[in-house]
Ligand binder design. Sequence first.
Ligand SMILES: Nc1ncnc2c1ncn2[C@@H]1O[C@H](COP(=O)(O)OP(=O)(O)OP(=O)(O)O)[C@@H](O)[C@H]1O
Ligand SMILES: [Mg+2]
Length: 487
Amino acid sequence: MKTKFFNSLFWKLSAAFAVILILLSGIFVYVAVFSAEMYFQETRQKLDTDIAEHIAQENQCFINGEVNTEILKNVFHDVMVINPSIEVYLLDTGGKILSYYAPDKTVKVTHVPLEPIEEFINAGEEKFLMGLDPKNPQNKKVFSAAGVIEDGKLRGYIYVILGSEEYDNASQLLFGSYILRLGLRSISISLAAALLLSFIIVGFATGKLRKITSVIRNFKNGDLSTRINIKSKSELGEFADSFNDMADTIVQNIDEIKKIDYLRRELIANVSHDLRTPISIIHGYLETVLIKSDSLSDEEKTKYIETTLSNTKRLQSLVEELFELSKLEAEQSQPNMETFSIAELIQDIQQKNLLELKSKNINLIIDFPQNLKMIKADIAMMEKVFQNLLDNSIKFTSAGGEIIIKLLNNDKTVLVKFSDTGSGIEKDDLPFIFERYQKSKRVVSNQKGTGLGLAIVKKILELHGINISVESEKEKGTTFYFEIPYV
Ligand SMILES: Nc1ncnc2c1ncn2[C@@H]1O[C@H](COP(=O)(O)OP(=O)(O)OP(=O)(O)O)[C@@H](O)[C@H]1O
Ligand SMILES: [Mg+2]
């Protein structure tokens, strides 16, 4: 649990925020203190820039090239008594310290580098310059400097450190005790506030993430109804919406697969039943013919063989239709769209079925206008549709009945009205006739159908994007309607 917490996004983001904030505060404090210190030094140099010049001009530092020790001691002493923050040195032209006032004798070097001094004298107030502090050689200090001239000759320099060792310490103390402490206090307060705020923000964002993760985990564990409840237009909201959509799709697909699986099982059960019946009939008759071959009359033999043959035909058509339907359902066969006249196709079908129509004494009327539009569809598939519908109408219409196929130019389609004066379909059966194996339970007289004909019709029309509907009245007849688009 502990390692989990330290691995969590909340902890990582918070730590990153904290480090950045502390780093920024540190840099800020350093820059602030450093620039305050520098500003202070620069101001000192500007204010006291002429101090060395004054000392050099007011006093006779050299007499005939020799250092005027007596006067200098007094002058240096007086200056430092008045302003204890400065230290005065007399240098020769090579930078060597000739004289100074230092009661504790702590001067640690004999020479002072001359470059900054010369630069100071040449540049004047313009530049911020620092020079060596003889009492504290590792530290650089602001200074004032001036050349000492005797008899028109440069004899040396007056070099004034502005901010003696004691003063330096005192100034540090001042910074430490006041400005820095004040600054540190306000920075600490704002740092604490910023950290608190960042923890809250990070906590809020990662809280949503935790919520999302837990929902996804529940979904993974089988709770398919769970959804992420985040209503926001942010990336997280978008993520939640996408997950919810994905979950809906998955659930929908699962339902679909379950339905298909159920249908498949039902199909297998029905197919085995439908195959078993003709096979056992064939088997029985063949066995009888074989065993009782001697005792059977020729007439009986012929009858038995004919029955066997008709059952083989039934078996064959069943297998063919099953194969056809499963191909259509697997969407392996796609319609091969061609332009043709639907009226001509129906006339062809009529020719093929003339014998059967005649033997059942059924009149087939094809009614269409002269200017009937051409349609675009798969010819072979459309032939199958009309053949199946015609099979049914012939099967369920008694002698003397009529089958009327009416074709009409509609807005963008040819409207097909396929009606017969047959037995009609029970109201309760109507919604199911397009499902496979759905045979009207009440039509007992006819056991020949496989119950696949209309399922095939519907599937073919579906592949063409066409809907089929049906109207039927018991003992009056049945009408199928559908519309085939123009070219
Ligand atoms: N024109 C019709 N008149 C009366 N009933 C019909 C008509 N067309 C279909 N039916 C009913 O709908 C059922 C399903 O028809 P479908 O064509 O799918 O199967 P089938 O004709 O029984 O078998 P198959 O066509 O596979 O040989 C039929 O069994 C019948 O009860
Ligand atoms: Mg049929």
